[in-house]
Design a protein around this ligand. Structure first.
Ligand code: HEM
Length: 401
């Protein structure tokens, strides 16, 4: 058995290639506050794995700060250049005010039009690929819906959507390690340029959408800079596209691997709402969140110093036996199901309602339209220490009689 001190939790291959359930269990029981020492010029960081500690850290934004970055890789490379400009990596009064201004646009009421359009799109896509007898669920169905929802939110013109979709998949699509690194910076630059133009248009001619809202609001008595408007648009794509895609794909993969659960869902024995929560717990698309210690404090007899990097592993917390009965079983009727997939506290996911609505739409369509469903080839995991799940899921399926 590998020593915990030898494991590199920053290594994308570890998360893509290994089943870490035993490692997480050992950490939770033996070293709940584990220090991974620095390697070469790279600094060390803390690894928190217990549900209670992860949820507690999310709720304690004073001791666990987000304003240097919230992803391990950026923290390891000295901090996020958009810190203090983008909602998820801003803290304190400025964060609360910006979040407050955006909240209304993410309420169920404000999103009802987007949700209707996503339901229609899901039904259309599932129907289209049922006619073909199969698909790569990751690309053909799950790869289409989340970005459509975000484009609706930002009111991206229909004629630009395919272009944005192409840029986004090459900026963020992490199925191939090499291509990701080569293409990603060019595409990220293009996406930012795209939003620079869109933001300028909406400043001149505001509509009823989030880009226009960002150009209009005042935070701490002043309007947002162009840079802040653009970065916050980009942040919605970063936060809402691949995460939701991974939840959708992982949910279908779990149904394929658990035929009794699929049967229970199809027969109506299990409600869609509880199925959605179990898909979210089971898939945990955001493996970790990164924080920076805001003060010196002690946790499980370890002294964490102000400025230390601390990682909160949702992937482990969502399988903690102290928080969930039979955590390693996919059980669609699980209640309660207080997973940390959307975090907790001040940075709780702003898009949670939308993500739930998208998963709910797809699950309902599978239940209503699909007859038989089976794997049609190996599924591929994404290479990342931040996002976890499947980048491809070939399947065959038939339409319900
Ligand atoms: C299954 C899909 C999703 C997952 C797993 C997910 C996960 C998360 C997590 C864990 C956080 C907290 C990050 C932290 O504390 O550092 C977060 C925050 C956020 N998410 Fe999501 N998210 C999802 C979907 C979405 C969608 C669809 C949107 C918007 C279109 C979105 C927008 C945001 C934003 C803006 C924040 C920052 C909130 C703040 O800092 O106040 N997310 N999300």
């Amino acid at each position: 058995m590998q020593l915990l001190s030898e494991i590199d939790f920053a290594d994308p291959a570890l998360h893509a290639e290994e089943d870490l359930s035993q490692v997480w269990r050992r950490l939770r029981t033996q070293e709940p506050a584990h220090w991974q020492p620095g390697r070469g010029t790279r600094p060390g960081f803390w690894v928190l794995t217990r549900y209670e500690d992860v949820a507690g850290a999310y709720r304690d934004a004073g001791r666990f700060r987000s304003d240097r970055g919230n992803v391990l890789d950026t923290l390891l490379s000295g901090g996020d250049s958009a810190a203090g400009l983008m909602l998820p990596i801003t803290d304190g009064a400025r964060h609360a005010e910006l979040r407050g201004a955006l909240m209304k646009s993410f309420s169920p009421r404000a999103l009802s039009g987007v949700v209707d359009s996503i339901r229609a799109a899901s039904r259309e896509l599932v129907g289209e690929f049922l006619e073909k007898g199969g698909c790569d669920f990751a690309q053909d169905v799950a790869g289409q819906l989340p970005l459509r929802a975000i484009c609706d939110l930002l009111d991206v013109p229909q004629s630009d959507r395919q272009h944005l979709l192409d840029m986004t998949s090459s900026a963020l699509g992490s199925e191939s390690e090499l291509r990701l690194q080569q293409d990603s910076w060019v595409s990220k630059g293009e996406i930012l340029l795209y939003f620079t133009d869109l933001a300028a248009q909406r400043r001149r001619n505001p509509q009823d959408d989030i880009v226009s809202l960002l150009t209009k609001i005042q935070v701490e008595g002043a309007p947002l800079s162009d840079e802040e408007v653009i970065l916050n648009c980009y942040s919605l794509i970063l936060g809402g596209d691949e995460t939701t895609r991974l939840a959708l794909v992982g949910g279908v993969a779990a149904l394929l691997e658990n035929p009794a659960q699929w049967a229970a869902y199809r027969s109506g024995e299990v409600a869609t709402d509880s199925a959605v929560e179990e898909v979210l717990r089971w898939t945990t698309p955001t493996l970790h969140a990164g924080r920076t210690a805001g003060a010196d404090f002690t946790l499980h007899d370890q002294v964490i110093r102000a400025g230390d990097i601390v990682t909160l592993w949702n992937a482990s917390a969502n399988r903690d036996e102290e928080a969930f009965d039979e955590p390693d079983r996919f059980r669609l009727d699980r209640t309660p199901n207080r997973h940390v997939t959307f975090a907790y506290g001040s940075h709780f996911c702003l898009g949670a309602f939308l993500a739930r609505a998208e998963i709910s739409a797809v699950l309902s369509d599978l239940r209503d339209l699909v007859g038989e469903m089976g794997a049609a080839g190996p599924a591929r995991r994404v290479y990342s220490n931040f996002l976890g799940g499947l980048g491809s899921l070939p399947l065959t399926w038939t339409r319900q009689a």
